[in-house]
Design a protein around this ligand. Structure first.
Ligand SMILES: Nc1ncnc2c1ncn2[C@@H]1O[C@H](COP(=O)(O)OP(=O)(O)OP(=O)(O)O)[C@@H](O)[C@H]1O
Length: 605
């Protein structure tokens, strides 16, 4: 580490002891600002060095992942090498987290009903099997106040694929993050194979493929599998396991290729392979087929089909066809709530999908086609004719010259008789023609969005409310004439009247106008309050204090890291590099390096 950085960090070490005294913190903060240019320069060089050696260490999923080499020059000669990897323990979530900032009414309401606000859309779960994944009343409130999860409950079983679907921002990845243990829920209970996430067995129990690819550009395919496998199992990966995952993911031929030479689809397959290695009981796949072509998706579907026999697979996808084909159970989320949960058949039945028959009526010359009553009468007759053969058939959507009937799944064997009957009564029932379509999960999903619309909250900012209020006033009370001193202004040319309280009340629409004026004043005050910003003095003070605390925390982190590296034999350089490539800490230290020594610090990244 270059001299200026060390100097600044030493200096910051002192601040750590004194920053509680605010004036001292401010003075020291100002001094630090003086040192900052030097710090940035040294960080720049540290960055260049770290980037030269490639990504040396990555923090993901609460695991510390280490990859070290001797020197940047050595890298080009020897290639990448993984040196001593150890699984980091995840912080264990408490069984029940009752946060101070979780809205109590939300907590109470979620306690009452596990099936959310939409019980009719939840299939009853009758099983004595123990769920492999169990989530109860999970709440996540982000620091910005957004409630990403509003008391979500779900169960996933071994031997089943459970698809978690929902529009963008529904909260799917947040659930995955909570399950994998790197997002801390605000409230709720999570059990993975009967244990809370982060328990000692947690890492070996979960195989997680995040939405992004957790890959190192300069490691080969098989190095990745060995590397992550060692982390998960805490031991060297059995060669056969790597071979098996390579075969499953169709990457055997690419085993020696470095990641930066792989296609997007191959990277995705490798990310799923990383989740598979270690033979975990729970597989969390966050959009495993994202960005893949049809052939790639097919391979992925085959993989999931094959591995699900001894795993509980929870996956998210935006491809309804994949979910439809793969899933034993479908859950649909919206706006942080579970909207429905059941088997594909249950959802199809519940949301009016099944087999859709569209019937077209023939044009009639003697009756008015615009008369809706006529179509309803005819549709009812057709429905009766269909019901003779197909129990459970029902109308769906509007009735007009065309209308739809939903025929339940499993009624297909009655179709030949029904078609023959309708054909023979074509004239009598005024049928021009009919067609059949099998409804897909996509239609279920679209129907669910109708339910979701009911969730729409009218969250309008104060400013917007004020604007709307002013608009209402403008329409309710035409703008009064302008006032001049003690006179009320009148249309041009007219003589101004002497101002009086009564006249003003008249002009403004009676006594109500005084109330309106009061309201307007309240509105203006609300606007003023909204626009009021903290003074620049306060902002500067806060910034300086923040800087001090930030630097002090950084120093603690760096020191912890450096201590580890300094104790590591044979290791000349190390760095912690975030998944986005940002360097969090680096050291030129030596001696024994144990990832677990500092995983707590890393976990906070
Ligand atoms: N780190 C974060 N800080 C604050 N808000 C976040 C953070 N991560 C996600 N969110 C918010 O939480 C909500 C749920 O996000 P999440 O990523 O879980 O949605 P998703 O269903 O996975 O969406 P997608 O299908 O696009 O992946 C979103 O409104 C998102 O903006």
């Amino acid at each position: 580490m270059s001299a200026p950085t060390t100097l600044s960090l030493l200096f910051l070490k002192d601040i750590r002891m004194t920053y509680r005294h605010i004036p001292t913190a401010i003075i020291l903060g100002l001094l630090i600002i003086g040192f900052t240019p030097l710090l940035w320069i040294s960080l720049y060089f540290a960055n260049v060095a770290a980037n030269n050696v490639g990504q040396v260490l990555m923090v993901d999923n609460g695991n510390a992942v280490l990859k070290l080499r001797d020197t940047p020059f050595g890298y080009h000669l020897t290639g990448t090498e993984v040196v001593e990897v150890e699984a980091a323990e995840l912080p264990v979530h408490r069984d029940k987290i009752i946060p101070a900032d979780c809205p109590s009414e939300l907590l109470e309401s979620s306690m009452e009903e596990d099936r959310g606000r939409f019980p009719p859309y939840f299939e009853m779960e009758i099983t004595s099997k123990r769920p492999e994944i169990e989530v109860s009343k999970l709440v996540k409130k982000w620091p910005n106040g957004e409630l990403a999860l509003k008391g979500v409950s779900l169960k996933a079983f071994r031997g089943q694929v459970t698809a978690l679907l929902g529009p963008n921002g529904a909260g799917k990845s947040t659930i995955f993050g909570c399950l994998a243990g790197f997002i801390k829920p605000s409230a709720g209970i999570i059990r993975i194979s009967g244990e809370p996430p982060g328990a000692a067995s947690g890492i070996t129990n979960i195989g997680y493929c995040p939405q992004w690819n957790p890959l190192f550009s300069y490691l080969t395919v098989s190095e990745h599998l060995n590397f992550y496998g060692s982390i998960k199992t805490g031991d060297n990966v059995v060669k056969d396991d790597v071979e098996e995952v390579l075969r499953l993911t169709d990457l055997t031929a690419d085993r020696h290729r470095k990641v930066h030479n792989l296609t997007a689809g191959q990277k995705r397959k490798l990310s799923v392979g990383i989740a598979l290695i270690g033979n975990c009981r729970v597989l969390l796949l966050d959009e495993p087929t994202a960005g893949m072509d049809l052939a790639g998706r097919k391979i992925m579907i085959d993989i999931i089909e094959r591995v699900k026999t001894n795993k509980a697979v929870l996956l998210t996808t935006h491809y309804m066809d994949d979910a439809d084909y793969l899933s034993d159970k479908i859950m649909i989320m919206a706006k942080g709530e579970m909207v429905c949960n059941g088997s594909v058949d249950f959802l199809r039945a519940r949301f009016g999908t099944g087999i859709m028959m569209t019937i077209e009526f023939s044009q009639s010359s003697d009756e008015d086609d615009s008369n809706p009553g006529r179509f309803y009468r005819m549709a009812a007759e057709v429905l009766n004719a269909v019901l003779v053969h197909c129990d459970g058939a029902r109308m769906d959507g509007p009735v007009g010259p065309r209308f739809n009937l939903i025929l339940p799944h499993g009624s297909q064997r009655t179709f030949p008789d029904m078609f023959a009957d309708l054909e023979s009564r074509k004239e009598e029932l005024c049928i021009e023609g009919f067609e059949l379509r099998v409804n897909k999960l996509e239609q279920v999903f679209l129907k669910v969005t109708d339910v979701v619309d009911a969730l729409k909250e009218d969250v309008v900012s104060i400013e917007e409310q004020v604007k709307q209020f002013i608009e209402t006033l403008r329409y309710a009370h035409p703008r009064p004439s302008t006032m001049h001193g003690g006179h009320i202004g009148t249309p041009q040319g007219a003589k101004p009247h002497r101002y009086s309280a009564e006249a003003r009340d008249d002009r403004l629409g009676g006594r109500a106008s005084a109330a309106v004026n009061n309201e307007l004043e309240a509105v203006r005050e609300a606007l003023r309050r909204e626009k009021r910003r903290p003074s620049w003095k306060l902002a500067v003070t806060m910034a300086v204090i923040g800087l001090c605390i930030g630097f002090a925390a950084g120093a603690m982190f760096d020191n912890a890291f450096n201590e580890c590296v300094d104790r590591s034999p044979g290791i000349k350089r190390a760095a912690i590099v975030g998944t986005d490539g940002s360097v969090w800490a680096r050291s030129n230290g030596a001696n024994e390096f144990r990832v677990t020594d500092y995983h707590h610090s890393i976990h906070f990244i």
